[in-house]
Write a protein that binds this ligand. Structure first.
Ligand SMILES: *[C@@H]1O[C@H](CO)[C@@H](O)[C@H](O)[C@H]1NC(C)=O
Length: 226
């Protein structure tokens, strides 16, 4: 009788202990799972809000489906090179090592945003014929992105200015020594481009010693639809 009593008590104690042990485990696990879920939720939220912040080319707004996002920044004086971004891809920049003093240009398929070619042309001591040879084979349905760096204009002649005019530039006529200029045009455009900015090099207005300030344009270009 005494022994069975002791065994009964032992069994009860063991049951209590194991119940406590497992419930403790389960609750801890649950608690851990819950906090892990909180963590993931927080991560996803952060991720979402982060996503909201990153837009193509770092622009302020998203472009509709049928548009390409772009950003062009002109060179700063003769120090910092220009950059051209399209659909979140850098087409030209110092890092890509495909820019230089003068006119920096990228030609792009206006239906697909495919990069066709890039070129930079020294307009202080280079040959303007190189610019014409770059531009003239352009087919209808090609976009042209241009950015100045240092001096984009000294060597420009009427023929080359007329070419840019035919791609939609309004300011090319007056583009001069060390002006800042950014431009998006196209072959086969019927109107003047809305994507162009120009600041004259004027001694008393210049931001830098000898050069006007940097220009940046960004926005959405309608895809060419056939
Ligand atoms: C642009 O790409 C489309 C589709 O590949 C092609 O049919 C068209 O000829 C290209 N246009 C230019 C100007 O390269």
């Amino acid at each position: 009788m005494r022994w069975t009593g002791i065994i009964r008590i032992l069994v009860i104690v063991c049951t209590l202990l194991s119940t406590w042990y497992f419930s403790e485990k389960i609750f801890t696990r649950k608690w851990e799972t819950r906090s892990l879920m909180n963590y993931f939720e927080k991560e996803t939220k952060d991720h979402k809000s982060h996503k909201k912040i990153h837009r193509k080319c770092g622009n302020d707004r998203d472009c509709p489906e049928t548009y390409f996002a772009f950003k062009i920044i002109s060179g700063a004086a003769k120090v910092v090179g220009p950059s051209i971004c399209l659909e979140d891809k850098i087409l030209m920049s110092s890092v890509k090592n495909n820019i230089g003093r003068g006119l920096n240009m990228a030609l792009v398929n206006a239906s697909t945003a495919e990069l066709l070619k890039t070129g930079h042309f020294d307009m202080y001591s280079g040959d303007v014929k190189d610019v014409q040879n770059f531009l003239e084979p352009m087919k209808d349905g090609t976009l042209i992105f241009a950015a100045s760096f240092d001096d984009p204009a000294t060597k420009l002649d009427d023929k080359t200015r007329d070419l840019f005019g035919s791609y939609g530039s309004s300011h090319i006529k007056t583009l001069g020594f060390r002006d800042s200029w950014v431009f998006v045009g196209g072959k086969g455009l019927k109107n003047k481009s809305p994507f162009e900015e120009h600041i004259k090099n004027e001694k008393d207005k210049n931001k830098y010693d000898g050069w006007p300030e940097v220009l940046e344009i960004n926005g959405c270009i309608p895809k060419k639809m056939d």
